[in-house]
Write a new protein. Structure first.
Length: 219
Protein backbone atom coordinates (compact mmCIF):
# COMPACT_ATOMS: atom_id res chain seq x y z
CA UNK A 1 0.00 0.00 0.00
CA UNK A 2 2.82 2.38 0.93
CA UNK A 3 4.61 1.49 -2.33
CA UNK A 4 1.53 2.30 -4.40
CA UNK A 5 1.06 5.62 -2.59
CA UNK A 6 4.70 6.57 -3.22
CA UNK A 7 4.34 5.75 -6.92
CA UNK A 8 1.17 7.84 -7.13
CA UNK A 9 3.07 10.80 -5.69
CA UNK A 10 6.29 10.40 -7.70
CA UNK A 11 4.70 9.86 -11.14
CA UNK A 12 3.00 13.29 -11.36
CA UNK A 13 6.18 14.88 -10.01
CA UNK A 14 8.26 13.16 -12.70
CA UNK A 15 5.85 14.29 -15.39
CA UNK A 16 5.95 17.85 -14.05
CA UNK A 17 9.76 17.79 -14.00
CA UNK A 18 9.85 16.47 -17.58
CA UNK A 19 7.45 19.19 -18.71
CA UNK A 20 9.53 21.88 -16.97
CA UNK A 21 12.69 20.47 -18.52
CA UNK A 22 11.15 20.46 -21.99
CA UNK A 23 9.91 24.01 -21.44
CA UNK A 24 13.40 25.08 -20.39
CA UNK A 25 14.94 23.50 -23.48
CA UNK A 26 12.39 25.23 -25.69
CA UNK A 27 13.14 28.57 -24.04
CA UNK A 28 16.90 28.10 -24.57
CA UNK A 29 16.19 27.20 -28.21
CA UNK A 30 14.19 30.40 -28.65
CA UNK A 31 16.98 32.49 -27.15
CA UNK A 32 19.66 30.89 -29.34
CA UNK A 33 18.21 29.36 -32.50
CA UNK A 34 20.49 27.22 -34.68
CA UNK A 35 22.58 28.95 -37.30
CA UNK A 36 21.10 28.90 -40.81
CA UNK A 37 22.59 26.62 -43.41
CA UNK A 38 25.01 28.27 -45.86
CA UNK A 39 23.32 29.88 -48.84
CA UNK A 40 23.55 27.82 -52.00
CA UNK A 41 25.56 29.35 -54.81
CA UNK A 42 23.39 30.89 -57.51
CA UNK A 43 24.55 29.97 -60.97
CA UNK A 44 22.71 31.89 -63.64
CA UNK A 45 22.83 30.62 -67.20
CA UNK A 46 25.12 32.38 -69.66
CA UNK A 47 23.37 34.74 -72.07
CA UNK A 48 24.31 36.95 -74.98
CA UNK A 49 22.40 39.94 -76.36
CA UNK A 50 22.66 41.72 -79.68
CA UNK A 51 20.57 43.89 -82.00
CA UNK A 52 20.03 42.69 -85.55
CA UNK A 53 19.78 44.92 -88.62
CA UNK A 54 16.01 45.49 -88.38
CA UNK A 55 16.35 46.79 -84.80
CA UNK A 56 15.08 43.66 -83.06
CA UNK A 57 16.95 42.92 -79.83
CA UNK A 58 17.80 39.24 -79.50
CA UNK A 59 18.90 37.57 -76.26
CA UNK A 60 20.14 33.98 -76.28
CA UNK A 61 20.20 32.07 -72.98
CA UNK A 62 22.36 28.95 -72.85
CA UNK A 63 21.16 26.01 -70.77
CA UNK A 64 22.53 22.57 -70.08
CA UNK A 65 22.19 20.28 -73.09
CA UNK A 66 18.50 19.59 -73.63
CA UNK A 67 16.56 18.39 -76.68
CA UNK A 68 14.02 21.23 -76.37
CA UNK A 69 14.51 24.87 -77.35
CA UNK A 70 12.31 27.73 -76.17
CA UNK A 71 11.65 30.82 -78.24
CA UNK A 72 9.92 33.85 -76.72
CA UNK A 73 9.03 37.01 -78.59
CA UNK A 74 7.97 40.06 -76.58
CA UNK A 75 5.98 42.70 -78.48
CA UNK A 76 5.53 46.01 -76.66
CA UNK A 77 1.86 46.33 -77.55
CA UNK A 78 -0.30 45.09 -74.69
CA UNK A 79 -3.80 46.25 -73.81
CA UNK A 80 -2.56 49.69 -72.86
CA UNK A 81 -1.78 50.15 -76.58
CA UNK A 82 -5.30 49.19 -77.70
CA UNK A 83 -7.30 52.09 -79.20
CA UNK A 84 -9.56 53.85 -76.73
CA UNK A 85 -12.54 53.12 -79.00
CA UNK A 86 -11.68 49.39 -79.18
CA UNK A 87 -10.34 48.11 -75.84
CA UNK A 88 -9.27 44.47 -75.92
CA UNK A 89 -7.81 44.69 -79.41
CA UNK A 90 -4.42 43.44 -78.17
CA UNK A 91 -6.08 40.24 -76.95
CA UNK A 92 -7.76 39.90 -80.33
CA UNK A 93 -4.42 40.38 -82.07
CA UNK A 94 -2.71 37.76 -79.91
CA UNK A 95 -5.48 35.31 -80.78
CA UNK A 96 -4.92 35.83 -84.51
CA UNK A 97 -1.51 34.15 -84.22
CA UNK A 98 -1.98 30.57 -85.29
CA UNK A 99 -5.24 31.27 -87.15
CA UNK A 100 -3.49 30.86 -90.46
CA UNK A 101 -1.26 32.95 -92.70
CA UNK A 102 -1.41 34.09 -96.30
CA UNK A 103 0.53 30.92 -97.18
CA UNK A 104 -0.99 28.32 -94.82
CA UNK A 105 -4.34 27.60 -93.21
CA UNK A 106 -4.82 27.31 -89.45
CA UNK A 107 -4.83 23.50 -89.78
CA UNK A 108 -1.56 23.57 -91.74
CA UNK A 109 0.01 25.86 -89.12
CA UNK A 110 -1.02 23.42 -86.39
CA UNK A 111 0.36 20.48 -88.36
CA UNK A 112 3.65 22.32 -88.93
CA UNK A 113 4.00 22.97 -85.19
CA UNK A 114 3.26 19.33 -84.34
CA UNK A 115 5.68 18.11 -87.01
CA UNK A 116 8.62 19.74 -85.22
CA UNK A 117 7.48 18.47 -81.81
CA UNK A 118 6.42 21.94 -80.76
CA UNK A 119 3.84 23.85 -78.79
CA UNK A 120 2.85 27.48 -79.35
CA UNK A 121 0.95 30.08 -77.33
CA UNK A 122 0.26 33.81 -77.57
CA UNK A 123 -1.11 35.95 -74.75
CA UNK A 124 -1.66 39.64 -74.11
CA UNK A 125 -1.35 41.46 -70.81
CA UNK A 126 -1.33 45.15 -69.91
CA UNK A 127 2.06 45.94 -71.47
CA UNK A 128 3.05 43.27 -73.97
CA UNK A 129 1.99 40.46 -76.26
CA UNK A 130 4.07 37.39 -75.49
CA UNK A 131 4.65 34.61 -78.00
CA UNK A 132 6.04 31.36 -76.60
CA UNK A 133 7.26 28.55 -78.86
CA UNK A 134 8.83 25.29 -77.66
CA UNK A 135 10.23 22.78 -80.16
CA UNK A 136 12.90 20.13 -80.75
CA UNK A 137 16.28 21.79 -81.17
CA UNK A 138 17.04 20.32 -84.60
CA UNK A 139 14.09 22.27 -86.02
CA UNK A 140 15.29 25.77 -85.11
CA UNK A 141 15.34 27.04 -88.70
CA UNK A 142 11.83 25.76 -89.39
CA UNK A 143 10.55 27.28 -86.14
CA UNK A 144 12.01 30.70 -86.93
CA UNK A 145 10.55 30.56 -90.43
CA UNK A 146 7.13 29.63 -89.07
CA UNK A 147 7.09 32.40 -86.47
CA UNK A 148 8.21 34.97 -89.04
CA UNK A 149 5.41 33.88 -91.35
CA UNK A 150 2.79 34.19 -88.60
CA UNK A 151 4.00 37.69 -87.71
CA UNK A 152 4.63 39.16 -91.15
CA UNK A 153 1.96 37.39 -93.22
CA UNK A 154 -1.07 36.95 -90.95
CA UNK A 155 -4.46 36.04 -92.35
CA UNK A 156 -6.68 38.84 -91.04
CA UNK A 157 -10.27 38.76 -92.26
CA UNK A 158 -13.75 38.91 -90.80
CA UNK A 159 -13.76 35.10 -90.52
CA UNK A 160 -10.59 34.89 -88.40
CA UNK A 161 -11.72 37.82 -86.25
CA UNK A 162 -15.05 36.16 -85.45
CA UNK A 163 -13.33 32.86 -84.59
CA UNK A 164 -11.00 34.57 -82.11
CA UNK A 165 -13.82 36.75 -80.77
CA UNK A 166 -15.84 33.60 -80.03
CA UNK A 167 -12.82 32.00 -78.30
CA UNK A 168 -12.24 35.08 -76.11
CA UNK A 169 -15.94 35.25 -75.21
CA UNK A 170 -16.02 31.56 -74.23
CA UNK A 171 -12.87 31.91 -72.13
CA UNK A 172 -14.25 35.00 -70.43
CA UNK A 173 -17.53 33.24 -69.68
CA UNK A 174 -15.64 30.38 -68.02
CA UNK A 175 -13.32 32.67 -66.05
CA UNK A 176 -16.16 34.86 -64.79
CA UNK A 177 -17.35 31.92 -62.68
CA UNK A 178 -14.12 32.28 -60.72
CA UNK A 179 -14.66 34.92 -58.01
CA UNK A 180 -10.93 35.75 -57.90
CA UNK A 181 -10.89 36.54 -61.63
CA UNK A 182 -14.06 38.63 -61.37
CA UNK A 183 -12.73 40.52 -58.35
CA UNK A 184 -9.38 41.22 -60.02
CA UNK A 185 -11.01 42.62 -63.14
CA UNK A 186 -13.40 44.77 -61.09
CA UNK A 187 -10.57 46.04 -58.90
CA UNK A 188 -8.34 46.69 -61.91
CA UNK A 189 -11.08 48.70 -63.58
CA UNK A 190 -11.52 50.82 -60.46
CA UNK A 191 -7.83 51.31 -59.69
CA UNK A 192 -6.87 52.30 -63.24
CA UNK A 193 -9.93 54.33 -64.14
CA UNK A 194 -8.86 56.90 -66.73
CA UNK A 195 -5.49 55.16 -67.20
CA UNK A 196 -4.55 53.06 -70.28
CA UNK A 197 -4.41 49.99 -68.02
CA UNK A 198 -8.17 50.27 -67.58
CA UNK A 199 -8.58 48.75 -71.06
CA UNK A 200 -7.22 45.43 -69.72
CA UNK A 201 -10.53 44.92 -67.91
CA UNK A 202 -12.57 45.09 -71.12
CA UNK A 203 -15.88 43.25 -71.24
CA UNK A 204 -18.11 41.67 -73.86
CA UNK A 205 -19.55 45.04 -74.87
CA UNK A 206 -16.11 46.07 -76.14
CA UNK A 207 -16.04 43.12 -78.52
CA UNK A 208 -18.89 44.64 -80.51
CA UNK A 209 -16.65 47.60 -81.36
CA UNK A 210 -13.92 45.50 -82.97
CA UNK A 211 -13.51 45.75 -86.73
CA UNK A 212 -11.14 44.11 -89.19
CA UNK A 213 -9.80 47.53 -90.17
CA UNK A 214 -8.98 48.38 -86.53
CA UNK A 215 -7.18 45.02 -86.16
CA UNK A 216 -5.17 45.58 -89.34
CA UNK A 217 -4.19 49.07 -88.18
CA UNK A 218 -3.20 47.73 -84.75
CA UNK A 219 -1.09 45.03 -86.37
Amino acid sequence: MRHRLLSAVLLPAALLFAAMSASGQEERFRQKPPAPEPRPEIRLPRFESSTITNGLQVTVVFRDPAPIMSLSLIISAGEQASPDKAPGLASLASGIFGQGTQLRSAAEIEESIERIGGSFSATADRDVILLSFHFLEEYLDQALELVAEMILLPRISDREMKIVQSMISAAMSSQERNPVFAANRLLGGQLFRGHPYEKYAFGRAAMRTWTVRDLQDFW
